[in-house]
Design a protein around this ligand. Sequence first.
Ligand SMILES: Nc1ncnc2c1ncn2[C@@H]1O[C@H](COP(=O)(O)OP(=O)(O)O)[C@@H](O)[C@H]1O
Ligand SMILES: [Mg+2]
Length: 240
Amino acid sequence: MQTDTFEINRISDKPVIEFKGVSKTYATGTHAIEDVNIRINRGEFVFVVGSSGAGKSTFMKLIMREEKANTGTVMVNGFNLTKMTRNQIPMLRRTMGIVFQDFRLIPTMNVFDNVAFAMRVVGASDKEIRLKVPKALSKVGLGDKAHSMPMQLSGGEQQRVGLARALVNSPDLIIADEPTGNVDPNMSYDIVSLLTEINKRGTTILMVTHDHNLVRDFQHRVIMLDSGRIVADNAAGGAE
Ligand SMILES: Nc1ncnc2c1ncn2[C@@H]1O[C@H](COP(=O)(O)OP(=O)(O)O)[C@@H](O)[C@H]1O
Ligand SMILES: [Mg+2]
């Protein structure tokens, strides 16, 4: 089997995510993240909780390199995000699937094409697309909705399209900032059940949520942020 150096980096035993002394202050002077140290290992499922303004979205944006830390080191999937240049960001994003609270489906494309789009942007062939999109759709229970338009679907169904799009390129890591924020409670359980199944097959999952019921019912690691600091982590010291 052939492996290049890039693959070797990715499959090493290093944590998937590592923050060392990370702070993020916005131009406005708001200290959104303050001196955060954390390791998230391959195969973990982590809920990120905390009140509004606690820094959860900023934490996620630092991982996607949508924002850059002012101090400290952020490592994700073997990449040093603090040293990364703008034109290297697409390479990082290819190793992760991102699920958005507001779905972000393209309204003029049907379900199949919305998922296929994520493959086209990374240069997949039509043959691969024809093979993998139906598989991703059936994984999320939407095998029969390939030709539907986003507006014909419920919120929960639209988010499952978002999930199929996030997993179609077989990412190492899925990150989701309040993915159940716009879907009803039953559908929220479906979404987290699906994420839990995906996690069982080895994908690391990081999910922000406000929903205490989900956190209670799905027994995963929980990191709590408050005023930009990690104030609780039920795997602290035991995450090695
Ligand atoms: N782009 C931005 N510019 C300035 N301040 C921001 C920006 N984004 C977030 N903030 C501020 O940073 C703090 C943390 O925000 P955020 O990370 O969105 O928290 P959460 O997702 O937990 O609600 C808040 O005080 C928020 O107002
Ligand atoms: Mg937020």
